[in-house]
Each structure stands twice: as structure tokens, then as C-alpha cells.
Design a protein around this ligand. Structure first.
Ligand code: SF4
Length: 485
């Protein structure tokens, strides 16, 4: 796994999915789309393409640019239809056989699937399937979908797929490929994003985020709705709603941190939402200061919004090194001790002698915030105030975002004053839940049934956590599998 001294203390993105139906150069367009979704997963990437006769797959560890740089690989992926995946493992080990899209030959033909999210009953289903004789090739939760489709007693691919979907629980956006269809699905609560796009010539595209449509020149058509199955074939587009119309619970953290700021997610500009969050923060917890400084990169739009609302200058007082990478796989203790400077460095002239407000997206374990505060003080700040563009992260995510166990989350074990002392800031404030919903342009109407998934701030998990021990609030994760691979 690629690590930096900072990565332990950050929430990791989940995965990104992309698909193109009926294009002369489908796989190259999928590779470009995956490149735009690279922020959602940097561990591995894969593409499965179909040329009318054969399915071809290429999967590799590492970034998209490395995985698909070879002309030979791209030539092998020739075909008019392709789906792809970028991975950050939230379930299953980081090994090649877990890299998606997964593919299987079934009685009706080939079936490939790429998944963003986490299934919360995958282990229960896997036990049942193994007992029934299924042989698993990976430790990925996604593989249960293949086995459920394969063993379904329903007739026809779509009915088998629906049968499988009705048995799985969790957060999932899927793109699947057969020999005559590309299928996009969002789970009944629409926790993870998926959009439909289109080229001028009618070629259809699925993508996790609209920024991946932009890179290939496709137009945004619409979001795939919560619980919707969209089938793209030579007959056109068909929409099915096999789960009825449950109330959507989109992941609110997509807006705070995961999605790219140039994406339109769930009908909203991510950049605008983040600026609104910053403005709300300024209104809720303003403090006299000389400069507003974002913790790059994800704190930048919120800091812009904060500065505009507070009427205080915005400066890039911390510069991020984007090239910290493979060099620091398993860093030595000496390199670890360099700490924050590997990834961030203070821009001293913007800080020295000033009262600084730092704006960041979240606090996970708190160790990064502590180092950033120290770095800014060392650069000569007279005061350091930390403002966080999310409520305190008190609970783990089980829906596809890699968060530490609850006991590791600073906000689960400290109150605000305890957290302030831990990070050694002069003051610390988080946006309130109501403020966050206001920033989304959708005031929080009913705390019993919020409009979004906000479980990492509230513990209100909208989907059962079947595979996890204990209560839904604080159950630790089960070990993945007894036989680690
Ligand atoms: Fe998103 Fe948090 Fe819900 Fe996970 S628990 S889906 S990160 S809002």
C-alpha cells in the first residue's frame, strides 16, 4: 500500500467507476475517465472491454496513467464498450485479484462489474454461498454480486441482477457490462454517486462524478437516482426501480471532502457547497484574525468562503507537495520524524507575526492537525485558530470510506476543548450539523430521518451493519476473512 506519513490520519477516498457504451475507442475513453476519478482511489485500476466477441481485461496496481500507459495494453482492450474502476480498498486486501472490474463467464455469457461503496452483509452472503459450493477468487465484497447473479433462479440477466441486488445490503454504485448491455445502479438510498452522460453522437457514459465526463467531452444528462437501474443497450435506455421509491440518503461527506470541487454531485456544485460551508463556519465561530489559511487541498474552497464572509484576507500560507509518493513507502523513523514537512510546508511570509485562522475539512485522529498547528506556530504565527468544515467525526463509516475504528477517532474520545488541547490550537470550532445542512441549501428538517447519510457525525446508520459486531453505533469491524491472502 502506498503510504505517506500523513495518510494514517486522513480519510481515504473510496472508489471511482466509469463506463462507455458504443464508442469506437471505448477503453481509451474509460482510461481518461478513470484518470479524472483518480482522487477516489490510487491503489489500483482496471478496465474490462467487449468487442462484440470477446471480453478483455487489464488490471494493475498503482495509478491509472501507469496501468494504461502501454499501447499494447490499450490495443488488447479494443472494443466498443468498456467499464473501469479505480480502487482504494475499504474491504478486501490490496492484491491484484481484488482489483476491479470483476468478470465471470456465466450461463448467459460474460458479466463484468465495477463497484463503488461497501456491502454491509457481504460476509454473511459469502458464508452462505461458500456453503452452497461457490468458489471465491477474491476477498472483495463485490464478488458476492457475481455469485448471486450466477446462482439466481431467475430468467434473463436483468432479473438475475435484480435478484442479486435485492439480497445485498450496503452502499453501492455499480457499472456492469454484458455482451449487449451496460447497466448502472445506485443502492436504494443512493449513498454513493453515479451520473449518466452522453456524447453528441449518442454514446452513453456512466461516471462516479461529472468531472470524468468533462475530461472526455461528454455532456451531463442526469444523476442515476437512488434505487434506480439504468440499462443502456442498442434498443436505447431503460430505467427500472425495483426497490420502490425510498428516501435518498446521499453521503454528505462527498460534498465536504471526497468529490472533486469541479464536480456537480447530487445536483450541487461541490465547490459552491464547500464555499457555503466556509461562510457558515465564519458566521458560527468567527474570531478576530489577520489571515485565513487553508490546509490544502480540500480545505481551500471552505477557506475562500470563510475569508469572504469574514472580510479577512485569504492567503496560501501552507504549500502542499503533490509529489510525495512511492519514495516514502514504509518510511524510516527518521523520515517519519520529518513529519508534516514531507507533504506540507509553511509559506512563512504569509504567516509571520499574524493571527492565523486555519481551515481544514475534518479531524480524524488529530495527529495531522497537531503537526500543522505546530508548523504554523514555528513559522511565526502569533495565534492559531483551527476551523473545521465538518462536524466532529465521531463514528466510523461502513459504507465505502476508509475511516479508523471509532476508538481511534479524536472526536469519539474528546470533547471540543479536549480536542483543542490535543492539537494545541488557540481555539477550535467545527461547523454545526444545522450549519452544514444550511450550507447544502437544504435545512435539516427532521433529525429522525435526515436528508443525507451523516452517520460519521451522528451515528445514525441508515443501512443495517449486518457483518459487524456489537451495536450499530460503535461496533468494531470484523476481521475480513479467516484466511488472509
Ligand atoms: Fe458518507 Fe459518513 Fe455516511 Fe460514510 S458514514 S457514507 S462518509 S456520511
Amino acid at each position: 500500500m502506498l503510504t505517506t506519513p500523513f495518510d494514517d490520519d486522513q480519510l481515504h477516498e473510496e472508489c471511482g467507476i466509469f463506463g462507455v457504451y458504443r464508442h469506437a475507442d471505448a477503453a481509451r475513453h474509460v482510461a481518461l475517465g478513470l484518470h479524472a476519478l483518480q482522487h477516489r482511489g490510487q491503489e489500483a485500476a482496471g478496465i474490462v472491454a467487449f468487442d462484440g466477441a470477446r471480453f478483455q481485461a487489464h488490471r494493475a496496481m498503482g495509478h491509472v496513467a501507469e496501468a494504461f500507459e502501454s499501447d499494447r495494453v490499450m490495443a488488447e482492450l479494443a472494443g466498443y464498450t468498456a467499464i473501469g474502476h479505480v480502487r482504494y480498498a475499504t474491504f478486501g486486501a490490496t492484491i491484484l485479484r481484488n482489483v476491479q472490474p470483476l468478470f465471470a463467464d456465466m450461463s448467459f455469457g460474460g458479466f463484468a462489474v465495477a463497484h463503488n461503496g461497501n456491502l454491509t452483509n457481504a460476509m454473511a452472503l459469502r458464508r452462505r454461498l461458500v456453503k452452497a459450493g461457490c468458489i471465491f477468487q477474491s476477498t472483495s465484497d463485490t464478488e458476492v454480486i457475481l455469485h448471486l447473479v450466477s446462482t439466481s433462479q431467475q430468467n434473463g440477466v436483468i432479473d438475475r441482477f435484480i435478484d442479486a441486488l435485492k439480497q445485498i445490503q450496503g452502499a453501492y454504485s455499480l457499472v456492469a457490462l454484458t455482451d449487449n448491455m451496460m447497466i448502472g445502479v445506485r443502492d436504494p438510498l443512493g449513498v454513493r454517486p453515479l451520473v449518466l452522460g452522453k456524447f453528441e453522437d449518442g454514446t452513453m457514459v456512466f461516471a462516479s462524478e461529472t468531472c470524468a465526463l468533462d475530461i472526455i467531452g461528454a455532456d451531463f444528462v442526469r444523476d442515476v437516482e437512488a434505487g434506480e437501474i439504468v440499462i443502456v443497450s442498442d434498443e436505447g435506455i431503460r430505467s427500472l426501480k425495483p426497490f420502490g421509491s425510498p428516501k435518498s440518503r446521499f453521503c454528505i461527506f462527498e460534498h465536504i471532502y471526497f468529490a472533486r470541487p469541479d464536480s456537480i454531485v447530487d445536483g450541487r456544485s461541490v465547490y459552491d457547497v464547500r464555499k457555503h460551508i466556509g461562510a457558515e463556519l465564519a458566521r458560527e465561530s468567527g474570531v478576530p484574525a489577520d489571515v485565513i489559511i487553508p490546509v490544502p487541498d480540500s480545505g481551500v474552497p471552505a477557506a475562500i468562503g470563510y475569508a469572504a464572509e469574514a472580510g479577512v484576507p485569504f492567503e496560501l500560507g501552507i504549500i502542499r507537495n503533490h509529489y510525495v509518493g512511492r519514495t516514502f513507502i514504509e518510511p524510516t523513523q527518521q523520515i517519519r520524524n520529518l513529519g508534516v514537512k514531507l507533504k506540507h510546508n509553511a509559506n512563512r511570509p504569509q504567516i509571520e507575526g499574524k493571527r492565523v485562522i486555519l481551515v481544514d475539512d475534518s479531524i480524524v485522529r488529530g495527529t495531522t492537525s497537531l503537526k500543522i498547528v505546530q508548523m504554523v506556530r514555528d513559522a511565526g504565527a502569533t495565534e492559531v485558530h483551527m476551523r473545521i468544515a465538518s462536524p466532529p467525526t465521531t463514528h466510523s463509516c461502513f459504507y465505502g470510506v476508509d475511516t479508523p475504528e471509532r476508538s481511534q477517532l479524536l472526536a469519539a474520545t474528546h470533547d471540543i476543548e479536549g480536542m483543542r488541547k490535543f492539537i494545541q490550537a488557540d481555539s477550535l470550532a467545527f461547523i454545526s450539523m444545522d450549519g452544514l445542512y444550511r450550507a447544502m441549501g437544504e435545512p435539516r428538517r427532521n433529525t429522525d430521518a435526515p436528508q443525507y447519510c451523516d452517520a460519521c457525525f451522528t451515528g445514525d446508520y441508515p443501512i443495517p451493519l449486518t457483518d459487524h459486531w456489537g451495536s450499530e453505533e460503535d461496533g468494531p469491524r470484523l476481521p475480513l476473512f479467516s484466511k488472509a491472502i
